[in-house]
Write a protein that binds this ligand. Structure first.
Ligand SMILES: N[C@@H](CCC(=O)N[C@@H](CS)C(=O)NCC(=O)O)C(=O)O
Length: 91
């Protein structure tokens, strides 16, 4: 089991940067960062579990080992992953 969880949509076949979830997943793969995928249905309304975790309903969300969430625009998340800096909101 990996330390972090990538909460992403279940819509997995569009492997392009048009897919916000894939953009972040690809960055994690490129960096060799292990993660578990937690899939959520696409366009499934309010997503109470994601709101509880991250304070908003959009995916992707990275759940950190301490149980907190990291969520920004997916481009910023992918850049953060590639930067090698600790994952989390910008200081
Ligand atoms: N501009 C946002 C878009 C995020 C986004 O739309 N994510 C999709 C999943 S890839 C989503 O949560 N869609 C709304 C829904 O499924 O309810 C970003 O790049 O992070």
């Amino acid at each position: 089991m990996a330390d972090i969880k990538l909460h992403r949509c279940s819509y997995t076949f569009l492997h392009t940067d048009l897919d916000a979830c894939w953009k972040v997943q690809r960055a994690l793969d490129e960096q060799g960062i292990a993660y578990d995928v937690v899939k959520h249905g696409y366009l499934k309304g309010k997503r109470p579990e994601i709101v509880a975790l991250s304070g908003q309903k959009l995916l992707p969300v990275i759940e950190l080992p301490d149980g907190t969430a990291y969520r920004e625009e997916s481009s910023a998340m992918a850049a953060r992953v590639r930067s090698g800096e600790p994952l989390g909101p910008a200081a």
